[in-house]
Design a protein. Structure first.
Length: 85
């Protein structure tokens, strides 16, 4: 596993004051869980390599977290587009 630049903390099961745990807000069969499982199996080392030598003040967001968000956003956009047709 890549051990270079550190990322901002990413804890998908983190408990929040508001809203509660995301697992309490979404049904068991929600597409988010499928996307999360797929991203878990992706090789994201190329993204880690790009950010290894970054000299920014703040650490980058975790590549798996960002990949999940991009995939879910794209799926949502596709659903909206299909609903318009």
């Amino acid at each position: 596993m890549f051990m270079g630049k550190s990322y901002r903390p990413y804890h998908p099961d983190q408990q929040f004051l508001l809203p509660p745990s995301l697992r309490e807000c979404l049904p068991e069969n929600h597409v988010v869980y499928f996307v999360s499982d797929v991203v878990d199996h992706l090789n994201l080392s190329a993204l880690d390599t790009v950010y290894a030598d970054e000299q920014r003040r703040q650490p980058a967001y975790d590549s798996s977290a960002m990949s999940r968000q991009i995939a879910v956003k794209q799926l949502a956009a596709n659903e909206i587009e299909l609903a318009r047709d």
